[in-house]
Design a binder for this molecule. Structure first.
Ligand code: PLP
Length: 379
């Protein structure tokens, strides 16, 4: 590889190698200004006017996410939900969209509410099967197909290239929640997706101390302009300090995700043979129904997320969760510390999640400690 086109891990470690021109600092300052000086002739030649639309602290994290995703441009948001909502709010009123049945539950609920109010027409389909998507899209009417892969919390896999082909042939955009894969494992734009969304709260930041979201687009077109307008119009902006923390987290994205993947694979294999575990849901196991597609579209591992179904049902699952010491019983994912959660308790009525399921977010601790803790908790 030529010296001037470094590998993504190098770009991330050096945050693209930006240096503060004035001081030579290898870390850029946090910009706190909410307003910017006009030129004497009333122009804003430096390109920034007001802090809700413009923040210099976004430049470096947005440029880095764009480089890692291989996109045209990125926007950071106040949360993953704000990023996702900006996509849907940029569609024409009442637009038809197709979304997965298994997806991040709060976004599924939000989309359901949009459908009820008439703001969107939403069909939820099983995205494991491209046949179901093919049937659901309405050529000329469907404006957007939303997918999530691996999909939280069953870690089911959607064929990104196949979904892109179906969306495009119907005249729709393909947007993907790629939070669980991170750009380390999957680059959806190279497989035909138009928009990549991350809950940057998770792997991109990686330290459970920032709520943030991002969107990256394949082209800087008219829809991109709508996303820019949605962020400043709705005002769901990230603070400058949070943008700095996000960038700091992204510098270690590659070693964190690589280690989490290795540990998750080891944990999945060990638990698959455990007598108290009914099933392990992890795309890295050959028994997983999405394994072949995942192996094709994920590079370097299958992610740090897995779920287990505990023999004995809901009560046994909750009892096992009560006994962990190293794993922390908490929601969220993608941080350096391992988290475990009884997922159905969070999602409530109507969830597709079985009641005996525990969701595991594997951190960067020693995997043998994580396995020992789980084996003790399972009994
Ligand atoms: N997408 C996925 C897969 C998530 O796990 C989450 C949060 O858990 C979100 C989106 C929402 O992101 P945020 O909490 O940053 O709004």
């Amino acid at each position: 590889m030529a010296r001037n086109t470094p590998h993504p891990a190098t770009m991330a470690a050096q945050a693209l190698g930006w240096i503060d021109e004035g001081t030579g600092a290898v870390v850029l300052p946090v910009h706190t200004a909410t307003t910017f000086l006009r030129d004497a002739d009333n122009q804003y030649r430096r390109g920034r006017g007001y802090g809700r639309a413009d923040n210099a602290s976004y430049d470096q994290p947005e440029a880095l996410i764009t480089a890692l995703e291989g996109g045209a441009a990125s926007l950071v948001f106040a949360s993953g939900m704000a990023a996702a909502a900006a996509v849907f709010r940029s569609l024409p009123p009442g637009a038809h969209i197709v979304a997965p049945r298994v997806m991040y539950w709060a976004l599924r609920r939000w989309l359901g509410a949009q459908a009820e109010s008439g703001a969107l027409a939403v069909d939820f389909v099983d995205m494991i099967s491209l046949d179901a998507l093919r049937v659901a899209v309405k050529p000329g009417k469907t404006k957007l197909v939303w997918i999530e892969t691996p999909a939280n919390p069953l870690w089911s896999i959607t064929d990104i290239a196949g979904a892109a082909e179906i969306a495009h042939s119907a005249g729709a955009l393909l947007a993907i929640d790629s939070t669980a894969a991170s750009p380390v494992l999957t680059r959806p734009l190279s497989l035909g997706a138009d928009i990549v969304m991350h809950s940057a709260t998770k792997y991109l930041n990686g330290h459970s101390d920032v709520i943030a979201g991002s969107l990256t687009t394949a082209t800087k077109d008219e829809f991109w302009q709508r996303l820019v307008a949605a962020r400043s119009g709705d005002g769901a902006i990230l603070g400058g300090f949070e943008a700095y923390l996000l960038l700091r987290g992204m510098r270690t994205l590659y070693p964190r995700v690589e280690r989490a993947c290795r540990s998750a694979q080891k944990i999945a294999e060990r638990l698959a043979a455990h007598q108290k575990v009914a099933e392990v849901l992890y795309p890295g196991l050959p028994s997983h129904p999405g394994h072949t597609i995942a192996a094709r579209q994920m590079q370097g591992g299958f992610g740090g997320m897995l779920s287990i179904r505990v023999k004995g049902g809901e009560a046994a699952a909750i009892a096992a969760a009560a006994k962990v010491e190293i794993w922390k019983r908490a929601t969220s994912l993608g941080g350096v510390e391992s988290l475990l959660e009884h997922r159905a308790s969070i999602e409530g009525a109507g969830t597709p999640v079985p009641p005996d399921l525990l969701r595991l977010s594997v951190g960067i601790e020693d995997p043998d400690d994580l396995i020992a803790d789980l084996e003790t908790a399972l009994g």
